[in-house]
Design a binder for this molecule. Structure first.
Ligand code: NAD
Ligand code: LMR
Length: 331
């Protein structure tokens, strides 16, 4: 308890906090699952005016949990209030897709949210804020937010592809009949969309390569890559609503690794491309990284064979198409 008193609180904004991912996220953050057991937190919850009652209810429930780490809760429908001085911003608030839609179909409905929120972050957030975009289509929404925040460094922005990495890891573990945490160095490249490329060419099980799977090219192409890429759709079909708890969990994984370090583990993050792997600069592209004390290092110079090049190209083409569709918002 003495140490708790010593550390000053970190401010964490969550947008769309009254939605289903928000509900799965805020209590875990308040419990210390993101920043650890000795870091006090101030939660900033943002949602639209119609959800103000729901936000008040969540705030009451947070109070009733008596979380030792929760210093204060700020609720607002104004991004300039919700983002003031925040150290972390998790941008969830956006429409989810329904059965029969692709994530790209949400671009028109959601894109303008990220102009407004990018501008507000630019105006009032901590200058070293870490931003994670979850609202779909996440990669291009992150590009919109980053472009609307020219005074913040590009390295402040990321989009989520961690749910896909977690899905791929669980699937590979199950296929090999090994524990999920025995697997490392699994990558998901590209866009959080059906073009994503789950890539186990470098994967290790207990630190050793997995030749049996790697040689099974038919399983790779016809089952593994496709099932990972279609998992979000499978969940919508089964549940009638898109993933929520697993998405919240992936957001925590992404942000915790970024802030606290990934302990030399490779983690996939969608970042503004720096031109590596011949991906056009600027677009948000899922790449392998290692996080160390608050900064992200890209893993460079991995071998890209002909099939991998084809898959990366597909994702790049789609991201360019998404960017071109909202080019008028990139001001
Ligand atoms: P939801 O409809 O349950 O909640 C969304 C919330 O956002 C609502 O409370 C809504 O009022 C709020 N909102 C909408 N516009 C807002 C704005 N301008 N400012 C603040 N709040 C706003 O949806 P959900 O299931 O929580 O999903 C949220 C988003 O996350 C969707 O776009 C969904 O597709 C996406 N998602 C992404 C991933 C991923 O891996 N990147 C995974 C799952 C879901
Ligand atoms: C997911 O992958 O579960 C989310 O992006 C939600 C969706 O629309 O699939």
């Amino acid at each position: 308890p003495e140490e708790l008193i010593m550390k000053s609180p970190k401010r964490i904004a969550i947008t769309g906090a009254a939605g289903q991912i928000g509900y799965a996220l805020v209590f875990r953050i308040a419990n210390g699952d993101l920043l650890g057991p000795d870091q006090p937190i101030i939660l900033h919850l943002l949602d639209l005016p119609h959800a103000s009652g729901a936000l008040r209810g969540i705030s009451m429930e947070l109070e009733d949990c008596a979380f030792p780490l929760l210093d204060k809760v700020v609720i607002s429908d104004d991004p300039h209030v919700a983002f003031r001085d925040v150290d972390i911003a998790i941008l969830v608030g956006a429409q989810p897709r329904k059965k029969g839609m692709e994530r790209i179909d949400l671009l028109e409905a959601n894109a303008s949210i990220f102009v407004e929120q990018g501008r507000a972050l630019n105006a009032v957030a901590n200058r070293s804020v870490k931003v994670l975009v979850v609202g779909n289509p996440a990669n291009t929404n992150a590009l919109i937010a980053m472009t609307a925040a020219p005074d913040l460094d590009r390295s402040c922005f990321s989009a989520m592809i961690r749910l896909d990495q977690n899905r791929a890891q669980a699937m590979l573990a199950s296929h090999l009949d090994k524990p999920v945490d025995s697997i490392s160095q699994l990558i998901v490249w590209g866009n959080h969309s059906p073009t994503m490329f789950a890539d186990y060419r470098f994967a290790l099980v207990y630190g050793h390569s997995v030749p049996f799977v790697i040689q099974n090219e038919q399983w790779n192409r016809e089952v593994f890559i496709k099932t990972v890429a279609q998992r979000g759709t499978a969940i919508i079909e089964a549940r009638g609503q898109s993933s929520a708890a697993s998405a919240a969990n992936a957001a925590l994984d992404h942000m915790r690794d970024w802030v606290c370090g990934s302990n030399d583990r490779w983690v996939s993050m969608a970042l503004p491309s720096d031109g590596s792997y011949d991906i056009e600069e600027g677009i948000f592209f899922g790449v392998p990284t290692i996080c160390r004390s608050g900064s992200i290092e890209r893993i460079r110079d991995l071998d890209i064979n002909a099939f991998a090049r084809e898959r990366l190209q597909l994702a790049q083409d789609e991201l360019r198409q998404e960017r071109d569709a909202i080019r008028h918002l990139l001001v």
